[in-house]
Design a protein around this ligand. Structure first.
Ligand SMILES: Nc1ncnc2c1ncn2[C@@H]1O[C@H](COP(=O)(O)OP(=O)(O)OP(=O)(O)O)[C@@H](O)[C@H]1O
Length: 253
C-alpha cells in the first residue's frame, strides 16, 4: 500500500530564505501524524506544500502515491495544469488556526458550498450530508447560525465539517486550537479524536502535547526546516534524544 504522504528531501525557500531544508517523512494511511516544533520551524509551510498552497523547490512530495503539483517524465518535472492541481486538492481537507468561514453564510451553507460548487453535487444531497456532518461535530442545532453567532470552538467544528464534506482521504490541521479560548479547546480535540477513531489519516501541527501523546501514532519534532527527531509520540515526548527537542519540550510541557 502507498504511504498517504511521502516527502523525500523536500526543500522550500522564500526568496533567499530556505524554510524547509530537506524534509523526509512518511505518513501511513489511517495514521495520526503530529508535527511539533518552535515557531518559524517550517511546520505550516510543510502542510501548505502538501495542499498546493506553496510549491516545493526541490525534492519530491507524494500524496497517496501521486506526485504533488508535478508530472514526472524521466528525470524532468513538469508543472500540472490548474485543473489537475484542483483535482489533487479535492482529496485533501485543511483546517487552519483561524476558521476562515464565509461570514455571510450559515453553518449549513458553509459546509455545502464546496460539494455544490466544486463537485457539482445536487443541492439536496449536499444539504443532507452537511446536516449529518454538522450533527457529527455536535452542531446539529446550529445549522442555521452564522459564524458571528457561534463561539470559536463551534466555528472551528464547522470548519472541520466543511473540510469533511469533500470526503477527503487526508486531513491537515494547522494548529487548530491555538486561536481558541482554553475552555473551547477540548470540544475541537474531541471531534479530532473521533475522526482518528474513524480511521481518518491526519497530519496535525499542534502544541497540544496531551493530544499528541494520547491520539498520535507518530510524531516528528521539526526545528529550523529539518526533522530533528521522530518516533512514537509517547517515546519522543517522555524521552527526547536530541538537545533541541529537550530544550523545546522543557518550555512547553
Ligand atoms: N509566504 C512567505 N513569504 C516569506 N516568508 C515566509 C512565507 N511563509 C512563511 N515564511 C517564513 O517561513 C518561516 C517558517 O514559517 P512557518 O509558518 O512555516 O513556521 P511554523 O513552524 O509553522 O511557525 P508557527 O508555529 O509560528 O506557525 C518563517 O520564518 C516565516 O516567516
Amino acid at each position: 500500500m502507498n504511504a498517504m504522504v511521502k516527502a523525500e528531501a523536500v526543500h522550500k525557500s522564500f526568496g533567499p530564505v530556505e524554510v524547509l531544508k530537506g524534509i523526509d517523512l512518511e505518513v501511513e494511511p489511517r495514521e495520526v501524524f503530529c508535527i511539533v516544533g518552535p515557531s518559524g520551524s517550517g511546520k505550516s509551510t510543510f502542510l501548505r506544500c502538501i495542499n498546493h498552497l506553496e510549491k516545493i523547490n526541490a525534492g519530491r512530495l507524494y500524496v497517496d502515491g501521486t506526485l504533488v503539483g508535478y508530472r514526472e517524465h524521466g528525470d524532468k518535472l513538469y508543472e500540472l495544469r490548474d485543473r489537475e492541481v484542483a483535482a489533487q486538492r479535492r482529496d485533501i481537507g485543511m483546517v487552519f488556526q483561524r476558521f476562515n468561514l464565509f461570514p455571510h453564510m450559515t453553518a449549513l451553507e458553509n459546509v455545502m458550498e464546496a460539494p455544490v460548487l466544486v463537485k457539482g453535487e445536487a443541492k439536496a444531497k449536499a444539504q443532507e450530508r452537511a446536516r449529518a456532518l454538522l450533527d457529527r461535530v455536535g452542531l446539529g442545532e446550529k445549522t442555521g447560525s452564522y459564524p458571528a453567532q457561534l463561539s470559536g470552538g463551534q466555528q472551528q467544528r464547522v470548519a472541520i465539517a466543511r473540510a469533511l464534506a469533500m470526503e477527503p482521504k487526508l486531513m491537515l490541521f494547522d494548529e487548530p486550537t491555538s486561536a481558541l479560548d482554553p475552555e473551547l479547546v477540548g470540544e475541537v480535540l474531541d471531534v479530532m479524536r473521533d475522526l482518528a477513531q474513524d480511521g481518518m489519516t491526519m497530519i496535525v501541527v499542534t502544541h497540544e502535547m496531551g493530544f499528541a501523546r494520547e491520539v498520535g501514532d507518530s510524531l516528528v519534532f521539526m526545528d529550523d526546516g529539518v526533522v530533528v527527531e521522530s518516533g512514537n509520540p509517547r517515546d519522543v515526548l517522555n524521552d527526547p534524544q536530541h538537545e533541541r527537542t529537550k530544550s523545546f519540550l522543557s518550555k512547553v510541557l
